[in-house]
Design a protein around this ligand. Structure first.
Ligand SMILES: Nc1ncnc2c1ncn2[C@@H]1O[C@H](COP(=O)(O)OP(=O)(O)OP(=O)(O)O)[C@@H](O)[C@H]1O
Ligand SMILES: [Mg+2]
Length: 243
């Protein structure tokens, strides 16, 4: 079943040039889709459009066949790990309240032990639970943002560079978490971390200058990229493209 369908999406912030130009994309239920591309090419703008944070100039986004703007309580189905965790978390909250906030806002039932286990599993120590988010390190905040996105049990998780502030050990922890849920949730991931993409994703979309220039299965993109920019991008990540 198609979970998300994007049709002819255009967005301009300055009316001079398009940040998104005719984006078309289909993501199936329980598929993991990775969006890869250079800085400023429009990746976060696609994610924010899917979340209704940014209104496109034209085009449509459908969730299970329904226009996302016509869906009541859309945030119950879709959750977000933002590129900058502080943009969505009140810095005065302590870790526990920050993690529980989305569940409380949506009045969802939760099991305290499950929430605590999730926090500890991602390497956040128990003594951090009552520490204020503003006093956390970047990597600790990023993990709080990831836990928040998982606790509401959404159908779709959109994660914008979820491993960018993490050291190698914590990157592996997060990759394992995403690997575990892969196949039972729909994932839309933006990442510069090609190893992470290789591990998690079924499908990859390559973006360049506001356009989705190539979409394909993971093996197709990594082993036989069609577009010259995809080859260049993979080379820049020091990955050998097999002929
Ligand atoms: N609210 C906004 N107002 C004006 N311009 C914006 C706004 N949001 C994004 N842009 C511009 O749109 C372009 C795409 O931004 P976007 O954040 O989608 O890039 P990105 O691919 O996510 O980059 P990065 O990898 O650096 O996060 C950039 O040139 C950015 O400056
Ligand atoms: Mg971005």
């Amino acid at each position: 079943m198609t979970l998300i369908k994007i049709e002819h999406l255009y967005k301009s912030f300055d009316k001079k040039h398009y940040v998104l130009e005719d984006i078309n994309l289909e993501i199936f239920s329980n598929e993991s889709f990775c969006l890869v591309g250079p800085s400023g090419c429009g990746k976060s703008t696609i994610a924010k459009s899917m979340l209704r944070f940014i209104k496109p100039d034209s085009g449509n986004i459908y969730f299970k066949g329904k226009d996302i703007y016509a869906i009541k309580d859309y945030q119950k189905y879709v959750s977000f790990v933002p590129q900058d965790p502080m943009s969505s978390i009140n810095p005065r909250f302590n870790v526990l309240d920050a993690v529980l906030e989305p569940i409380r806002i949506m009045s969802l039932a939760f099991n305290t032990d499950d929430v605590l286990n999730n926090i500890l599993r991602l390497g956040l120590k128990e003594e951090l639970l009552h520490k204020k988010v503003r006093d956390l390190s970047g990597g600790e905040r990023q993990r709080v943002a990831i836990i928040r996105a998982f606790t509401t049990k959404p159908e779709l998780i959109i994660a914008d560079e979820p491993t960018s502030s993490l050291d190698a050990i914590h990157k592996n922890t997060i990759a394992s978490l995403f690997s575990e849920i892969k196949g039972s949730k729909t994932l839309f991931l933006i990442t510069h971390d090609i190893k992470f993409a290789q591990k998690i994703c079924d499908k990859i979309g390559i973006m360049h200058d506001g356009k989705l220039i190539e979409i394909g299965g993971k093996d197709d993109i990594f082993k036989s990229p069609r577009h010259s920019f995809t080859k260049k991008l993979l080379d820049s990540y020091s990955l050998k493209c097999e002929e």
